[in-house]
Design a protein around this ligand. Sequence first.
Ligand code: ADP
Length: 394
Amino acid sequence: MLVLIANLGSTSFKYRLFRMDATGDEMLAKGGFERVTDYSAVIEETLQTLVQNGIISSPEEIDAVGFKTVLGKNINGCVMADDACVAALEGFADVAPAHNPPYANGIRQFAKSLPSAKLVALFETAFYQWVPEERQTYALPQEWRNIGIRRYGFHGASHKFVAERSAELLGRNDVAASTAALYQNGPSTIAGKPLRIVSCHLGGSSSVTGIYNGVAIGTSMGFSPQSGLPQNNRVGELDSGAIPYAMRTLGLTLEEVEVHLTKKSGLLGLSGVSNDIRDIHEAVLTGNQNAALAINHLVDSIRHWTGAFAWQMGGIDAIVFTAGIGENHHVLRRAVCAGLEEMGLILDPEKNVACRATEAVISTDESRVKVFVIPAYEELVLAREVYRKISHLS
Ligand code: ADP
């Protein structure tokens, strides 16, 4: 089965083509476009390129297209990307303005450009279906909760990949297999010692997730992708009381508040330098105090959530770093892991510095809590889920 994974941004389009079958998976091609204004044109160009390069002989050979949708109103899991799915994305366009409109448009366009393919959406919220209810809720009046305001969680595909891969690395193939089949079968009972992982997805947007026996038990992100950890230019956690106070005191409109919190906050807002941690780190080295504050705030927030999940899971067996910052920034990894020797976590400083964007164990051999770097591979999770969904249908 040929599965095309489409990654849609407000001005970008990236794709990967996978061949999937019962024995495994293989990536056949990848590519992308920046500054996209017309999805139909780039979809057409992608299909032509795949034919010209001899990867496929005609677009009809593509069996399915997978979309990593963020969140939709009253919808979750791995679903057919049909009119109901598009309507659910549009129903929450306000909550994820950078993500939902491009996916709604892209899905509509694929339905026209590639009518023979089955379209499948895997929601980023799917991994959190089994988080305990008390941890999914906010203490709000019923009418707020009735319109879908609750903690959802994001980066589900990335954290699910970490859950599967870290279980394999720890020799727990029972847990890895159960996580792989999670959206089909739900959580299964795991015999023996529990496996407790904290997964840190640290990139342009970031979240920390607690994973018990391969199932997410909580995450730092909440109702929208601007909660939890400070993001590159989004605020992360904020006391709701700050919004009316800032509106009254600074005379801001609601639209201005949205721009401040979604575009001018996070690492950019705090550092005043950049939304890219590489630039911020350079500024720290020249003595910039605001840049240091931004990185310290990020580290503190990661430690805060890691500690919360370690407590809620009754301990921790491994902490995993993934995504652009997690895979590359050894200084930040060292700061997150500092001073935890009494809790059984001993980072190996040399392995930590040597590891850049490759899979590695960066704790010492004696460390009871393992520290892993696992490069993110969300597209593979998506291709596997699309394959399972379509195989299940036929
Ligand atoms: P996204 O969350 O947008 O998918 P990524 O996971 O690719 O993005 O992460 C992007 C972030 O990773 C950027 O903020 C960038 O600073 C950081 N990053 C990328 N490469 C490096 C590197 N070599 N060293 C430190 N940080 C890096």
